[in-house]
Design a protein around this ligand. Sequence first.
Ligand SMILES: Nc1ncnc2c1ncn2[C@@H]1O[C@H](COP(=O)(O)OP(=O)(O)OP(=O)(O)O)[C@@H](O)[C@H]1O
Ligand SMILES: [Mg+2]
Length: 422
Amino acid sequence: MSEEAKAYTDVLLPGARVALFTRDSETRDSFLSLQQDWRFARVELQTHEGDVDTAINAYESQPSPDLVIVQTETINEGFSGRLEVLGGACGDHTSAIVIGPVNDVNLYRKLVGMGVSDYLVRPVKAATMGNDIAASLIEKIGETGSRLIALIGAKGGVGTTSLAEALSWGLADHMQQKTFLLDAAGGWSTLNVGLNFEPTTTINEAVRAVTEQNEDSLTRMLFSPGERLTVLSSGGDVMLEDLVQPDGFEALLDRMMSKYPVVVVDLSGGSAALKRTTLVRAHEILLITTPTLPSIRATRTLIHEIKQLRGGHDDAIDVILNMVGLAPKSEVPKKQIEEGLERKAAASVPFDPGLFIRIESEARKLGEDKSGSDIVEKLLPLARKVLAGTGSESSSAMSEDKGDNKKGGGIGNLFSKLKARS
Ligand SMILES: Nc1ncnc2c1ncn2[C@@H]1O[C@H](COP(=O)(O)OP(=O)(O)OP(=O)(O)O)[C@@H](O)[C@H]1O
Ligand SMILES: [Mg+2]
């Protein structure tokens, strides 16, 4: 699996059921060790002593899981035949992975051609199995390759909202991506000023529309300031009241990720609970800071906390140094920042109050003039990084259908293919 694909699977996986049929204790141990993998917190892992026939028996009488993994010692026509029967016994939603004894490219191609997501050769390491199961679940139930980009400030007022807007415009205008920008700030949101819309709804109402599956109502809550950019026209929330619960917010994120290939979340005014929920799901985290001592200290702590939240991984975090030149004599030198944060800033944005405050108060796009467009250009490599491997750079089509499997498809597919042939 490539590094890009690996980064793609480095997210909290959707709730799903995965069943393994094997007689091999090593495979079973690798599989069960995934219970300790943070990405699998919502994945139910079931093991069964047996093989493809045991799986057929099981799913002829009970509902099949999201993913079935069968290990076999013999790969021959007989096995292919049994796999077809398994395809018939499983529902359309079920994907399959086969673990076999030999490494054989032709066999791999044949199985994939039959609708199997992947073929692995025993012994299978836990890490390999984890990444393959993750990729398979994301393909199957995940958000059809949609990417979630979270922007969080090391502290208040560091420019998180300004840069979330600039990045979203960059994605929409420069990269032709259908982009959704969500502000987690509720009544504290300033997005309506920067994007010039009247707040007509609240995050709470949007969450209600999602949970009640009221599409018409949700559609009325959306505002498009540009051809490919859409936002929730929230901000009407009461400032001094608590916002939604994290699970409601997550349902809103899921809904938007099923419709838009890129969802940008501005966490600058969000509660700690919404920050956690989004940070754990995000494919890319842009941590905005300034070159001043309090900001850099807070950045260091925040990196540490996000890393813990994501099971010890910090590779999805990129630091953006904003307002560089704000107080040249008192700023922390670049080298010290690198040492303190144990990483280089992924981008540096100059302090330019004339530009930023004019853009903000006139509700214009940062990229409209030369110095602003230079800043947008600096942010785009980060967007490219997160879109790599999705194929979405070439396709800006709106994907309405969650079950639209471009790759592989379920083993139930195999059955429908066979039926179509006969
Ligand atoms: N590089 C910059 N140079 C000058 N001013 C900037 C820069 N970036 C942002 N600003 C300005 O700083 C102010 C705060 O920015 P913004 O609202 O984006 O910050 P925030 O981190 O989202 O704040 P909050 O914590 O309130 O959500 C705004 O007036 C904005 O125009
Ligand atoms: Mg803000």
